[in-house]
Design a protein around this ligand. Sequence first.
Ligand code: CA
Length: 246
Amino acid sequence: MSACALTVRWAAASDVGRLRARNEDALRIVFAPPCAVLADGMGGHRGGDVAARLAVDVVAEHLAVAAGSADEEVCVLLGEAVAAANKVIFEHAQIDPGLAGMGATVVAVRLFGERMCCAHVGDSRLYLFRGGELELLTRDHTMLQELVDAGMITAEQARAAPFRGMLTRALGALPELDADVFCRPVHAGDVLLLCSDGLTDMLGDDEIAAVLSGGGDVDEWAAELVAFANARGGRDNITVVLAQAS
Ligand code: CA
């Protein structure tokens, strides 16, 4: 079995933001085995809601099963979970014309032993906050990130670009999909942050790090991050999940 050797304290906050009528982000935390899923839905009249909810439901259901303690085994489990969510969203969108074109991003983590495994698709992110430093562990599947990687624009220019949300990969677009999956060690004191782009479009990494460096606990940090993004304009739905290991 893949029992987690660390104690994990979870917190989450999700808010519609200041401009959108509905919150099309979704999240789910499972305490045993410790895992979390966050999805950001898009498309159509009600498609975004449905896609995000399907994503977290299907991924959480898959992650709740037992896995071994080998990285490869947990990576396979996460990859299968995301592939299954993609298939369900794609099929629903084919059957129901009201849901045509719906999709979702997803980021999921599962802790096991003294490690964690992450799977993601789209521009929802996973950060690691360790020793006062914030590190982005995922790489956005966006047009913008491809331009940055190709050296055509700088990360600074990317932050101001008008087409930040253009995804190159999303759940529900194609019948088959591969998530990016990776494992990393987790140390006592580490904080993992899963978030939708409604947070990272409003706040720079330095500002997120400043919140996590402040006094308080994960519940307060989650609320502060959402309030900070709203104070900056809250242009999109804002969702954060925090996991602190000890
Ligand atoms: Ca969003």
